[in-house]
Design a protein around this ligand. Structure first.
Ligand code: TXA
Ligand code: MG
Length: 311
């Protein structure tokens, strides 16, 4: 156990905020049992109070203590995917208070696999409420530098764990209703989940509120548009200053061009750093070459669609 992790746990116990790496993105953690600590977390995130946060645990037993009941499906998914990039929404127990659930009767539970997150959770021994360590509505951070850019001195400590391996936020499955519903796609795909627990529905208007479901959530400041590969050339010829995110080789008419991998997981890993870079290019518009419309690209397409939603 490093002294940094011990210090981080002390800060959490004292009601402070610690940014820490997870395998998905960096989180900004607070003691999930302390109303005061969570209130500060919301203030720093500039997050509206009715938006629930995900609560992080060292293992499934600790996590399920925060649920009224861990169904067979919940246990099966936990066995298969925890620790890992999956969040389960379950009906809450008395431990999950209104200030972490946004007043809803459900709670989001996650057991991350990143070794530093695991060490911190074990050392702290309680539950850590942790949204992504960015201000509300911004692109999630995947490096300690991103966290500092977004939060400055508002995090009492940033644990350094290198770039996040998955690069996009955890898959969220709602198990609180009669049938499981996918609220947010991620590295663990709908197909992965279905192979373990059977059919999963898509989100509907009556699904629980969640901020990842708001339009234009993972958003750069520069207006962004997704265009089909064949339409990219036409868009570039219009002569506006553009920053491009594409699979193909750079076009010499474009000053700022980021080439992305053709593998969906490798793309996801680079996505948020790329969006940040494109955003600082000082162009009038960001053009994103649309990835294939296939199941393995579902999570990346979801984030890109949100980034390209005009507010
Ligand atoms: O990968 C992740 O999940 C990262 C890392 C840090 O663990 N965390 C993360 O947290 O993405 P955040 O707060 O940025 O996004 C959490 C999402 C939001 O869309 C929130 O509304 C939803 O989870 N959520 C949390 N509790 C919920 C609940 N009880 N019902 C429905 N949605 C919930
Ligand atoms: Mg977030």
């Amino acid at each position: 156990m490093s002294s940094e992790v011990r210090r981080a746990a002390q800060i959490l116990r004292a009601g402070g905020l610690v940014a820490f790496p997870t395998e998905t993105v960096y989180g900004l953690g607070a003691d999930a049992s302390s109303e005061k600590a969570v209130a500060r977390l919301y203030a720093v995130k500039r997050r509206p109070p009715e938006h629930p946060v995900i609560v992080h645990f060292a293992d499934a037993d600790k996590a399920f203590a925060w649920a009224r009941e861990a169904s067979e499906q919940a246990r099966t998914l936990a066995n298969r995917f925890w620790p890992g990039p999956l969040t389960l929404i379950l009906r809450r127990s008395a431990l999950a208070r209104d200030f972490v659930t946004g007043g809803q009767d459900t709670v989001g539970l996650r057991v991350p696999s990143h070794p530093l997150a695991q060490q911190l959770l074990k050392e702290f021994s309680g539950a850590i409420a942790a949204p992504s360590a960015n201000r509300f509505g911004m692109v999630s951070p995947t490096t300690p530098a991103h966290v500092r850019e977004d939060l400055g001195k508002d995090a009492d400590l940033v644990l350094e764990g290198g770039p996040s391996e998955v690069g996009i936020e955890s898959t969220i499955v709602d198990l609180s209703g009669s049938t499981p519903v996918l609220l947010r796609p991620g590295r663990i795909s709908k197909q992965d989940l279905e192979s373990v627990i059977g059919p999963i529905g898509e989100r509907t208007a009556s699904s629980p509120r969640h901020s990842g479901g708001l339009e234009r959530h993972y958003a750069p400041r520069t207006p962004a548009r997704m265009v089909a590969a064949h339409a990219l050339d036409k868009e570039i010829s219009k002569g506006r200053s553009v920053a491009v995110l594409a699979f193909s080789r750079p076009d010499e008419r474009v000053d700022f061009w980021l080439r992305m991998p053709r593998d969906a997981q490798a793309y996801a890993q680079k996505l948020y750093a790329a969006l940040r870079e494109l955003d600082t290019a000082g162009c009038q518009q960001i053009l994103v070459e649309a990835p294939p419309d296939t199941a393995e690209w579902a999570a990346v397409r979801d984030r890109l669609k949100r980034a390209c939603e005009q507010g």
